[in-house]
Design a protein around this ligand. Structure first.
Ligand SMILES: Cc1ncc(COP(=O)(O)O)c(C=O)c1O
Length: 408
């Protein structure tokens, strides 16, 4: 067995140094995860309240994944010869989204965002995209064009294919966007219906509806990036249904399979059909697109989301976290600035100099509780429990937060 210390030393030697932050006995090295419990190589057990970046929303290492792994068909021929699973999954997704949307399956959230931006580009033929401050759409170059943080952009800004015009994620922007688009062209408006990585920012009432109105009036496709919010986290499959807004294109990924990289871009037929009839070779494709094993797992994961009665369960988690986190805020008035959230996605904004990375680290190492550091300047702690979290698990989270805030 390779020891923890040895593993960290190997990591330091072989990984590009900007990737994993390593300092002292941080981070632990995980080797197993099942349900809500995660284990590290030293045998420590953790409770996961992050759903691992919002992916393992139905819990880790589901039995259905192991069952599907026995079925034997793992890799397909992408855009050349379809698998049964890919077809059935695309049909299921189209039915869930409604309005006869069609699309493509890809791997990462960044790919899904790229496919949406490029589909909109085929429609409007313009490189300008309306995007929002705080936005996180991924770090591959096309998605990076519309990701806000200079931390991700600064060294590569010369390489970005789209030109983002960033507006505040606030009601005030509606008039400004409207006026901008009266004088300028753009190919799309891309928005996260809840900003995840910005520290769980909930859109002000009327904001998304306002964008829908501008998009319709100016005939500029509205893209909802639902990579973070998709597949149940609002209590609807997609946040568009929670907010009752009809985007023209949707990017999704993360929670689709619960474990594997499978993403997609689905949109209105009149936009997606602009890709044109196949001439024998797809012009936007990847070797692993629509992987049959991932598709099979995604179909089972959607069934699991349904069987966990997600609409009711999400509201229960929401009620619990809203009540208990507000209680914590009223207790730690000098440490917690704001609590915000919706469904299972919650952010605790901290008063500086307290930083979410410090809180995340202490919760992880001392309490064996997994949350996520979030916010553009690390100002918010992100909590995103999996659907299988029970009240007793959530109570442990709150107690651990209490003890941890006491220590600062
Ligand atoms: C809203 C949103 N879009 C896109 C992405 C990028 O996804 P990926 O990391 O799979 O490329 C993320 C990842 O956190 C996200 O939250």
């Amino acid at each position: 067995m390779v020891s923890y210390k040895k593993l960290l030393n190997i990591l330091k030697k072989v990984e590009e140094p900007d990737f994993t932050f390593v300092e002292g006995s941080f981070p632990p090295v995980f080797e197993n995860a099942e349900g809500i419990i995660v284990k590290d190589v030293e045998g420590n057990e953790y409770l996961d309240f992050s759903s691992f970046f919002g992916v393992s929303f139905t819990g880790h290492s589901q039995a259905f994944i192991k069952e599907e792994a026995k079925n034997g068909f793992f890799h397909g021929l992408g855009d050349l010869i379809p698998s049964k699973e890919k077809i059935l999954l695309m049909d299921e997704i189209s039915n869930i989204i409604g309005n006869n949307f069609k699309g493509i399956l890809l791997q990462n959230g960044s790919d899904a965002v790229e496919a949406c931006l490029r589909s909109a580009y085929l429609y409007k033929k313009n490189k300008t995209v309306i995007a929002f401050k705080g936005a996180y759409h991924g770090t591959a170059l096309t998605a990076l064009s519309v990701t806000y943080s200079s931390n991700f952009r600064e060294r590569f800004s010369d390489l970005l294919p789209f030109r983002a015009k960033f507006f505040d994620y606030s009601l005030d922007s509606l008039e400004k966007i409207d006026s901008y688009l009266s004088k300028n062209q753009a190919s799309s408006i891309i928005v996260e219906p809840i900003q995840g990585r910005a520290g769980i920012k909930i859109p002000p009432k009327g904001f998304l509806k306002g964008l829908e109105k501008i998009s319709n009036e100016k005939d500029i496709p509205l893209i909802f990036d639902e990579v973070f919010t998709g597949f149940g986290k609002t209590g609807e499959y997609f946040a568009k249904d929670y907010f009752k807004v009809k985007p023209d294109l949707i990017a999704f990924g993360k929670g689709l399979t619960g474990a594997f990289p499978l993403s997609g871009c689905f949109g209105k037929r009149e936009i997606m059909d602009l890709w044109g009839e196949s001439r024998g070779e797809a012009t936007y494709t990847f070797t692993f697109s629509g992987n049959p094993f991932f598709s099979r797992v995604a179909l089972r994961n959607i069934k699991k989301i349904e069987s966990l009665n997600f609409r009711k369960k999400v509201r229960e988690i929401e009620r619990f976290l809203s009540r208990e986190l507000e209680r914590l805020k009223s207790f730690f008035t000098l440490k917690i600035k704001e609590v915000r959230g919706l469904g299972t996605m919650w952010g605790i904004e901290l008063f500086p100099p307290l930083n979410s990375f410090q809180v995340f680290k202490r919760l992880l190492l001392n309490e064996k509780i997994i949350t996520l550091p979030s916010g553009e300047k690390g100002e918010a702690l992100e909590i995103l429990p999996p659907l299988i979290a029970e009240e007793k698990d959530l109570e442990k989270l709150i107690k651990a937060l209490e003890r941890t805030f006491e220590t600062f």
